[in-house]
Design a protein around this ligand. Sequence first.
Ligand code: 13P
Ligand code: SF4
Length: 304
Amino acid sequence: MMNTDNVAAKIRALAKEKNAVILAHNYQLGEVQDIADFVGDSLELSQKAAASGAKIIVFCGVHFMAETAAIIAPGSRVLLPDAHAGCPMADMITVAGLRRMKEQLPGRPVVCYVNSTAEVKAESDICCTSANAVKVVESIPNPEVIFVPDQYLGYYVQQQTDKRIHFWPGYCPTHARILPEHILELKAEHPNAKAMVHPECRPEVAAVADAVLSTGGMIRYAKNPAYNEFIVGTEMGIIHRLRKENPGKKFYPVSEQAVCPNMKLITLEKVLYTLETEQPEVKVPESVAEKARLAIERMLELKG
Ligand code: 13P
Ligand code: SF4
């Protein structure tokens, strides 16, 4: 059996040999983040995928992220080290369900959170991530929009905009486990700590936080020299990067239960196997990709 350092060294050598770029989400296991070329949030990773020009993209994240990369980087082979790494929120909406909603609410453009399938994106007008959801909704000229599938991100955006938002009742099971008392107990213990939470958290949780941020936003917020202690209301994997990039600062995860089991399916051994075999590949039929690409590109083209 090889140790972690040997596996990591083999991965790096093989990635170089094969002109492969390794992208990892902020929730990945620490050892996976450490061998990646780039670690980031959903928006940053889709921007990297679009610009990479690599022959192979190994996507260490969940299926919708790899699918998004495959759509916007059609010249690259996109590999997901575990084909079962899905996102339960993305599976909470179907094309048939979205079509019914569109029929009931005609004339309202559809804003689709990137945590969705390629087919749902293809039925939508524009995508968003947690980093740009407010900006995307504000960019739409219509006074009302349909927002799918995350109701909590939708509620968060509703508080920042005058537009009327029609929600789909999806949610992230990992973030739904985070409760306001988790934040309040930690605040009582660490009165100087800033509480940052993800907009996928329940509105009651966002209400007691100091900042509501995407995972990339949390990485930037933690670098503020004025703050030294943080309560972190999102998936536990981000703690690795926060601590690594901010030695001397303190980070308190809100709940040991805030773990995304799908993100944790990706291991170093699977990354190596994927590079060796160039499997499993994530492919999107061009008829779907063509429409979904429009929704993703509209988001990526938004400036400011
Ligand atoms: P970010 O885009 O903020 O990294 O979030 C992705 C995600 O899946 C959160 O659960
Ligand atoms: Fe999906 Fe939640 Fe996991 Fe993010 S943390 S990938 S939204 S299940």
